[in-house]
Design a protein around this ligand. Structure first.
Ligand code: ARG
Ligand code: ZN
Length: 849
């Protein structure tokens, strides 16, 4: 462990910066090893501050010279920044620093990726570019000059002038440094155009490296659709003459919303039918929308400090999920989001990394770009909208934009616009931002004389972050399904505020089946004891598409848990129930495909852990296999005809309609292959003209034990396409037998194309290994040890991606003593590494507990 304890930052300690920045001018003289950055920053005292000590962040910078009002100064320098004496009156600070983009393997600040320069400044990367108050509440206009021998030289805002090897940019919108961006390289523009609702023409460009031109069209369409949607739904218009997106191969995250110059991980923007799956297309559309929507929710209104991260991320995730619901199927999107929430956020909330949507302390902010901040943050907004209603939500958002445009705002500001719009007191609701942990909600029913009484109890397990959780406001959308399958009443929003609370439905002729938490109206774990017949009734008849799916999911979970713990046989009522839904050709194929999904193995481990049991990954895996076999048998009568009905004669289209058919068809292919052999999968593989069909068939072939030839063919077909090769690496790990997963991953790391410094490639292998539940938690402990070796190696190069990958271990205390000992040894070995980064140290210290 490092000798110096990393510093902990507290929300409660917030104070404004002592100075206001009036303007920033930067000049970059690009050089791969020694880029010179010259800055000229106008400061004056901040009337709202009381501390006027002048400190500028700066890390890994070589200071060549510094001046105040033209006179040379010699500031005091530490590894965190610079301080010096400054006048009481407004002054100009100038500095010249030198940085090394090639040596920057952490991919934070200015770095090189395949010969191009690019930046990533959120959260605290700008301090690796020059000395600056690198905090989101310091906003300024930036003028940027770039000198470099590259055809394309980009920064934020509007172009001022450009000549060969020289470009000037000006961003008129004051922004925090984390939104700064610069790109330079030999890039090709895929152009587009958008006319805003007020009639302004905006030039759009998607910049890619030569060779990727054919993968731009979809991203451009998605951008245009996003710009239109934000005008129509939120009344938000774009505010510059130009909007640029750049695709970068080496990137720690998905994408970044830099003002007017979004930078994307190439995997989050490049798409073509031959190389991208339907899921890739959907994700790309959502990420483009997400980054574009940040222009208002993040950029025009930013965060006062990093504790408020959910202010922009929760809201922007909420907005992008609304967008996807409008572009595709709202029912399918909701179910997919809940699957994701349970898999990632609930797991986080159940373990040592649990933290509130708005954390109160951190050491490394990059460690808090989490499912809790993003996805639970979005759920909280969804609940708020449910509670106040659509009209009030729209009015509150208008007020938010009007009141806070240009501000660095807080969650208090956000909630206040809702309070002012509706007159509601949201102080109890605010607990959703302040308390960690997933509430457990249970319900008891009483039936008498035509009256149904539902009594709910809520309880949130205590955590290190929140030792004493208080009752939260839970909107419980509830409907009643009659004995004939008809809906007896409109969905009611039950507003639960107490620890235990009853709600009454009167005047009912016959006892209905209650459909509770419709649309997953709150991020809670619901226990609703129902008879098997009532649950099957909901699966057959619930008019709420989410709860209909949920009924099947609950039956699957209960059956799997009984198989794991009591050696029970697969529940035939469940199999019959989903058989009926999946064979109902009047339903959306995408929805039918979702019905065939099973709870993930790690979700089952969570459920067992919640019941006070120690999950056995091997038993969970076996139960899943047995259930899949039973499904294959149950669908033997219809699988081929459904598969055939899913054939598409039209040219490939990534839209929801075709994608849904492919998804259902491939679910059938997988059942057919399980029961027969790889022939149909091989035929599909050979005939495939798009990646969805090719990759699904390949997965089936690997599972059938017939993958070797196809894998070799796939490799020789795609060896020059990085993004497709990521799939090739990942799939082999994902589809490996549990006892072979670590060895498969290990072998892949010896492949000549395993470029471990590229985060996408590293994640293709090790991200896949860590989500392979039975493989990662195999009794041998081999996967724990292998991942530890690689995390030690990667930490020296890229702390951010290393720290993020440590979450693979977050559930280690659920398992048996042998596994725990092996995981602890792996964790301790990483922690004992000399010079371990603060990022990884913080994560592992929390995980190790
Ligand atoms: N603001 C970006 C987004 O959600 C995420 C960037 C996070 N980057 C980081 N290094 N923490 O769209
Ligand atoms: Zn975001």
């Amino acid at each position: 462990m490092p000798d110096i304890a990393p510093e902990t930052i507290y929300l409660a300690d917030y104070t404004p910066f002592g100075f206001i920045v009036d303007s920033v001018a930067l000049t970059f003289d690009l050089d791969p090893r020694a880029t010179r950055v010259t800055s000229r920053i106008a400061f004056r005292r901040n009337p709202e501050a009381s501390d006027f000590d002048f400190f500028l962040h700066g890390e890994q910078l070589k200071l060549n010279s510094a001046k105040i009002d033209g006179a040379a100064v010699s500031p005091k320098i530490t590894d965190k920044g610079l301080s010096c004496d400054v006048p009481d009156t407004p002054f100009v600070f100038e500095a010249e620093v030198e940085i090394d983009p090639t040596g920057n393997t952490a991919l934070e600040g200015l770095y090189m990726s395949n010969g191009m320069y690019c930046t990533q400044c959120e959260a605290e990367g700008f301090r690796k570019i020059t000395y600056y108050p690198d905090r989101p509440d310091v906003m300024a206009t930036f003028k940027v000059t770039i000198n470099g021998p590259h055809p394309v030289l980009l920064s934020n805002g509007n172009p001022v002038s450009s000549s060969e090897h020289h470009a000037k940019w000006y961003d008129p919108w004051p922004k925090p440094a984390y939104l700064f961006a610069l790109v330079a390289g030999d890039l090709i523009a895929h152009p587009g155009e958008f006319t805003t609702q007020s009639g302004r023409k905006v030039d759009l460009n998607l910049y890619v490296r030569p060779g990727d031109e054919g993968k731009c069209a979809f991203g451009m369409e998605a951008l245009i659709a996003s710009m239109k949607w934000d005008e129509e739904v939120y009344g938000r218009e774009y505010d510059l003459d130009l909007f640029n997106i750049v695709a970068v191969d080496d990137f720690n995250m998905g994408a970044m919303e830099n003002k007017g110059l979004n930078i994307f991980n190439s995997s989050a923007v490049l798409a073509s039918p031959e190389t991208s799956t339907d899921m890739n297309f959907e994700r790309i559309e959502a990420i483009i929308a997400h980054e574009y929507f940040h222009n208002w929710t993040g950029n025009r209104i930013t965060c006062r400090d990093w504790f408020q991260l959910c202010l922009k991320e929760g809201l922007t995730v909420y907005r992008d999920s609304q967008f996807t619901s409008d572009m595709r199927s709202a029912a399918v999107k909701r179910i997919s989001d809940v699957i994701d929430l349970r898999g990632r956020q609930f797991a986080e909330d159940q373990g040592p990394l649990a933290h509130p949507v708005r954390p109160e302390s951190f050491q490394e902010i990059n460690n808090f770009y989490t499912a809790t901040v993003y996805e639970k943050g979005a759920e909280v907004i969804g609940m708020l909208k449910t509670l106040v209603g659509d009209d009030a939500y729209a009015k509150a958002l208008d007020l938010y934009f009007e009141r806070h445009d240009g501000d660095a705002a807080t969650i208090e500001d956000w909630l206040k616009v809702f309070e002012d719009t509706t007159g509601r007191d949201l102080s109890q609701f605010k607990r959703w931002y302040g308390q960690a942990g997933t509430p457990r909600l249970s319900v008891e029913e009483a039936w008498e004389d035509g009256t149904l009484t539902l009594t709910f109890t809520q309880h949130t397990p205590p955590s290190v972050a929140t030792p004493d959780p208080q009752p939260q406001v839970i909107p419980i959308a509830t409907g009643l399904i009659g004995p004939n399958g008809n809906e007896l009443a409109e969905t009611r929003i039950l507003e639960m505020t107490e620890a235990r609370q009853s709600f009454v439905f009167e005047g009912l002729g016959a006892r209905p089946v209650a459909s509770i938490l419709r649309g997953f109206s709150a991020p809670v774990v619901l226990t609703h004891e129902l008879s098997d017949a009532d649950r099957a009734h909901l699966l057959a008849h619930d008019t709420d598409t989410f709860n209909r799916w949920e009924a099947g999911r609950t039956m699957a979970r209960q059956s799997l848990l009984a198989m794991i713990t009591k050696d029970a046989a697969p529940d035939s009522a469940y199999l019959d129930g989903i058989h009926a839904v999946v064979c109902d050709a009047s339903l959306d194929p995408a929805y039918r495909a979702l019905m065939l999904g099973l709870p993930s193995q790690s979700d089952l481990a969570s459920a067992l852990h919640d019941q006070g049991q120690v999950p056995d990954p091997a038993a969970i895996y076996r139960a899943g296999e047995a259930m899949r076999d039973a499904m294959a048998a149950r669908f033997a009568d219809k699988a081929q005809s459904i598969y055939d009905a899913c054939k598409i004669d039209a040219p490939y289209d990534p839209g929801a309609e075709q994608a849904g058919k492919r998804s259902l068809g491939n679910a059938m292919l997988s059942l057919i292959t399980r029961r027969t052999n790889g022939d149909l999968a091989q035929a599909q593989y050979d005939a495939a003209d798009n990646m969805t069909q090719q990759l699904s068939a390949l997965a089936c072939l690997i599972r059938a034990g017939d993958g070797e030839t196809a894998l070799a063919k796939f490799e020789s077909q795609w060896r020059d396409d990085r993004l497709v090769m990521d799939k090739w690496f990942g799939l082999q790990v994902l589809e490996a037998k549990p006892e072979e997963a670590a060895a498969v991953a290990d072998t892949l790391t010896k492949h000549s194309d395993f470029n471990w410094k590229n985060p996408n490639r590293f994640r293709a292998v090790f991200g896949s290994l860590s989500v392979h539940h039975a493989g990662f938690h195999h009794a041998s402990g081999d996967a724990y040890a292998l991942l530890a070796n690689w995390l030690i190696k990667l930490d020296a190069v890229n702390p951010q991606t290393t720290a993020r990958m440590c979450t693979a271990f977050q559930t280690w205390k659920r398992y048996d003593a042998d596994r725990q000992a092996k995981a602890a040894a792996a964790l301790d070995r990483i922690l004992a590494t000399p010079d371990l980064s603060p990022d990884t140290t913080e994560m592992l210290t929390r995980i190790r507990g």
